[in-house]
Design a protein around this ligand. Structure first.
Ligand SMILES: [Zn+2]
Length: 216
């Protein structure tokens, strides 16, 4: 097989990783394989290549159960016979693992949200890009709220507001899942909406009681 430079870089990286984590006994993976994964935190975050949850939170393998999608959106609960990738991950994390916290981690400079606000992006062309365009419909309530309340804000302000409103909307959708609601009622699960600033590394958390953002 012939690999190009991009793939060769991955293979070299894997060899370094294997040397560091597998070429001695009692490694962290040895323990995780023997005893299984027991993450307490589930993260729903963006597919954006600049977002690396383990790096952002200085976590080790086994600590974060992660699902990623375009613009870290959560669909509302739907009881129909189709494929629900993000919902399936949520069900597995909260029903089959002992997850205590689900954190939706949004971020600044999100291409998905920008495409909504700019409204000129070909990504949203449903004729040619039906999956992304349909998926981004989930952020439409956030878009509508921003346009209704902040019509005269600048483009960049609208993007930040829409990123944050989409997080709050996704958080509300999380509450629509019956098993999530059950865990919350049993006081063994908490939900969080966090917003990561790619330019500073700072994280802002949404205070659900006061409906504002605080810096962590
Ligand atoms: Zn994003």
């Amino acid at each position: 097989m012939v690999f190009d430079q991009d793939i060769k870089k991955l293979i070299t990286g894997n060899h370094k990783f294997k040397t560091k984590f597998f070429d001695s006994k009692n490694t962290i993976f040895n323990e995780l394989v023997t005893f299984g994964q027991k993450p307490k935190i589930m993260l729903v975050t963006c597919s954006d290549s600049r977002i690396d949850p383990a790096m952002i939170f200085n976590c080790q393998p086994g600590e974060l159960f992660v699902v990623r999608n375009i613009a870290n959106l959560i669909p509302p609960y739907e009881d129909n016979d189709t494929y629900h990738g993000t919902s399936a991950a949520l069900e597995f994390g909260t029903c089959f693992l002992d997850i205590k916290h689900v954190i939706i981690l949004g971020h600044t400079n999100c291409g998905g949200i920008r495409s909504l606000i700019e409204n000129t992006n070909q990504v949203l062309d449903k004729k040619n890009y039906s999956f992304v365009a349909k998926w981004m419909d989930l952020a439409k309530p956030a878009y509508d709220q921003v346009m209704a309340k902040y019509l005269h804000a600048t483009l960049e302000e609208k993007i930040i507001l829409c990123e944050q409103y989409a997080l709050i909307n996704s958080l509300q959708n999380l509450y629509s899942f019956p098993w999530i609601k059950r865990h919350i009622d049993n006081h063994d699960l908490s939900l969080h909406a966090w917003y990561f600033d790619l330019t500073t590394g700072i994280i802002h958390a949404h205070d659900q009681l006061k409906n504002h953002w605080i810096t962590l």
